[in-house]
Ligand binder design. Structure first.
Ligand code: HSE
Length: 313
C-alpha cells in the first residue's frame, strides 16, 4: 500500500565540454527523466524499482536511482520500504547524462518525501552515488548540472567538493546528435578505460587554457569566448575511435555554422555549440549527415541550457 509519494524531473546534460573532463557539466532542456518515490507498506527497508525502460536494471544496487535512494535510506536510518518509479526520457548509454538524470530526480524526490532539508551541494553528492551503476566510479559533472541547472564547475580538492554554478548566456544554443548505435553495457566505464594514464605536460597546458577560457566565457556570458575554449587534445583523441563518423560529424557541423563541436560526455553523442539558433537546423542536418556517411542513423535535438531538476506538484 502506498502511503505518500513525491515526484521530480531532471534534465539531460552534457559533460566535459571538451577540456573540462569530469569538471564541467551543462544541463540541457532537450529531454528529461521523471522519478516518483513512494513510501510503501509494510516497511522493512525494501526498495523496489519500476522502470519504463526495460533495458535498465531494476535491482537497486545496479540502478542509478536505486543506489541514490539506498544510500539516503542508510544515512538517514529510514526503515520504511520504498518504491521508485522511473519514467525514462533520456536514452541510456549515449553520453547525455541518462543515469545522472534519474539519480538527480531520485535524490530530489526522496529529499522532499522525507523533508530531509538536504542542501543542494550535499544533494549532488547523493545523486553522484548513482553514477557507480553506469560508470563504475562516482563523477559529479552530469549530476551537478542535472540537479542545479545551467553550467556547473565541479571543484574536487582533497576529497572536498564544491559545485559552482554559472548562468549560461541566453543566446547559447546547442545541437545534440545521438547516433542510433548499440552501446556496450556500462559504456561509460568502457569509455573511461581507453583514456591515457599519463599525459604530456604541453597537452595539459593546452587543456587548462581551454578550460579557463570556457569559464571566462560563461562568466562574461559570451558564447564566442566559451566556444573558443572547447578544444580538447587529451580525451577526444583517445575516445574518437569509439564513435563512427566522429570526424565527419565535427567537420560538417563546423561547415554548417557551429562554433565548436565536441563529444558529449563519454559519447557516442556529439554536441555542437552555436550563438543563436540561426544556423541550428542546418547544423543538425549536417551532423546527421556526418553519422549517415558511416551508415549510422541519428536523432538530433536543438536545445538550450536547462534550469535543472524540479519537484512536481
Ligand atoms: N566525465 C565523464 C566522462 C562523463 O567523460 O567519462 C560521463 O558521462
Amino acid at each position: 500500500m502506498t502511503i505518500k509519494s513525491c515526484s521530480a524531473v531532471a534534465p539531460c546534460s552534457t559533460a566535459n565540454l571538451g577540456p573540462g573532463y569530469d569538471v564541467f557539466g551543462l544541463a540541457l532542456d532537450a529531454l528529461e527523466d521523471k522519478v516518483k518515490v513512494s513510501r510503501t507498506y509494510p516497511g522493512g527497508g525494501r526498495i523496489t524499482i519500476k522502470n519504463s525502460d526495460q533495458t535498465i536494471p531494476s535491482i537497486p544496487e545496479s540502478n542509478s536511482a536505486g543506489l541514490v535512494v539506498k544510500k539516503m535510506m542508510e544515512d538517514f536510518e529510514i526503515r520504511d520500504s520504498t518504491e521508485i518509479e522511473v519514467t525514462k526520457g533520456v536514452p541510456s548509454g549515449y553520453g547525455v547524462g541518462s543515469s545522472a538524470a534519474s539519480a538527480a530526480a531520485a535524490a530530489m524526490a526522496f529529499n522532499a518525501l522525507y523533508d530531509l532539508k538536504i542542501d543542494r551541494n550535499k544533494l549532488v553528492e547523493y545523486a553522484a552515488e548513482g553514477e557507480v551503476a553506469s560508470a563504475g566510479t562516482k563523477h559529479y559533472d552530469n549530476v551537478s548540472a542535472s540537479l542545479l541547472g545551467g553550467f556547473v564547475i565541479c571543484r574536487i580538492a582533497s576529497g572536498r567538493l564544491q559545485f559552482i554554478r554559472l548562468e549560461p548566456p541566453k543566446d547559447l544554443v546547442l545541437v545534440v546528435a545521438i547516433p542510433c548505435l548499440e552501446v556496450p553495457k556500462k559504456k561509460t566505464e568502457v569509455a573511461r578505460s581507453v583514456l591515457p594514464k599519463v599525459v604530456p605536460l604541453k597537452d595539459v597546458v593546452h587543456n587548462i587554457s581551454g578550460a579557463a577560457t570556457i569559464v571566462a566565457g560563461f562568466a562574461l556570458k559570451d558564447v564566442e569566448t566559451i566556444t573558443r575554449g572547447i578544444d580538447d587534445v587529451i580525451i577526444e583523441s583517445a575516445r574518437k575511435h569509439l564513435i563512427p563518423g566522429y570526424d565527419s560529424v565535427k567537420k560538417n557541423a563546423i561547415s554548417a555554422g557551429a562554433l565548436a563541436v565536441t563529444i558529449s560526455g563519454a559519447g557516442p553523442s556529439m554536441i555542437a555549440f552555436l550563438k543563436t539558433n540561426k544556423n541550428a537546423k542546418m547544423v543538425a542536418v549536417a551532423m546527421a549527415k556526418g553519422f549517415k556517411e558511416t551508415g549510422v542513423e541519428s536523432r538530433t535535438f536543438i536545445c538550450r541550457a536547462s534550469r535543472g531538476a524540479r519537484l512536481l506538484a
